[in-house]
Design a protein around this ligand. Structure first.
Ligand code: ZN
Length: 272
């Protein structure tokens, strides 16, 4: 149970997404559809026409990696490419400066780069709203230097999450400042507990603990297909990188489609 309690529920109220429209209809397919419909009209009596089966909502997952870039970043990018998955990287400005080539590669591969402060130091980040917003500015400068520009849609994750008690006195001011700058912030509602090792009371090998934590978490969503999953992982954790292929395979087996947070529906509802 402790494992479950460790996971923070996302603050954002996430609306279920509508399934994407199908791709362009092939000529042959269009022809066979129109043939079928004319046959249906002509031959099948009303009593034989079944109502269409209710479609399950599209399951959407946003995979996110915090605290990089780091020495694992190239490997994480290769794994994502192998599975054709796009993810969101919440990066720390001082590490963007340390590993500018990895930050640039995140963008070059078509992943989304987001802000996770400049220092990740809670005392500095949450000293005041201005201090936090200054961290964002310094992150933007680091990303501009490494990648050429900041993303048009800027996503942010608070260090420790937006509910962290470190932000208690400055949270509202920070949020106001972020809204004014058009920056959207996202927490998470799933993860593998890779930063919460105290929950490993059975002293399992790290990878097994991460695997079990992830599975326990995803079980919540079995009966909530309409609930988008925002999955928190840390690219700095070796064990997470090791089980990443399993996680991506599992998400695919569960029928999830992968999106990045700059595609999140909340972009369409300013002020939320
Ligand atoms: Zn972090």
């Amino acid at each position: 149970m402790l494992v479950l309690f460790a996971l923070v529920i996302a603050l954002k109220n996430v609306k279920a997404e509508q399934p994407q429209p199908a791709g362009p209809v092939q000529k042959d397919a269009a022809a066979s559809v129109s043939q079928e419909s004319s046959i249906t009209e002509a031959v099948i009596p009303d009593s034989a026409v079944q109502p269409p089966a209710e479609k399950e909502p599209l399951r959407v997952v946003y995979v996110t990696f915090d605290d990089g870039p780091c020495t694992h970043t190239p490997q994480v990018l290769d794994i994502l490419d192998r599975y054709g998955v796009k993810a969101t990287f919440f990066t720390v400005g001082c590490y963007v400066e340390k590993y500018p080539e990895h930050a640039a590669e995140i963008v070059r591969r078509g992943e989304t780069i987001g802000c996770h402060s400049y220092t990740h130091d809670y005392a500095q980040c949450y000293a005041s709203a201005d201090a936090f917003l200054n961290e964002v500015t310094r992150w933007e400068q680091a990303v501009t230097a490494a990648c050429g520009a900041v993303p048009e849609r800027e996503c942010l994750r608070f260090p420790g999450g937006s509910r962290t008690h470190y932000a208690d006195n400055v949270r509202d001011g920070i949020k106001d400042g972020l809204r004014q700058r058009g920056i959207h912030w996202y927490d998470w509602n799933a993860g593998d507990n890779d930063k919460w090792l105290a929950g490993n009371t059975q002293e399992l090998p790290k990878t097994e603990y991460f695997r079990q934590s992830y599975r326990a978490c995803m079980k919540w969503f079995d009966d909530m297909p309409e609930e988008p999953v925002i999955l928190l992982l840390h690219e700095t954790e070796d064990g997470t990188v090791q089980i990443l292929p399993e996680i991506l395979e599992d998400l695919k087996a569960r029928g999830y489609v992968f999106r990045t947070l700059d595609q999140h529906p909340s972009w369409e509802t300013p002020g939320t």
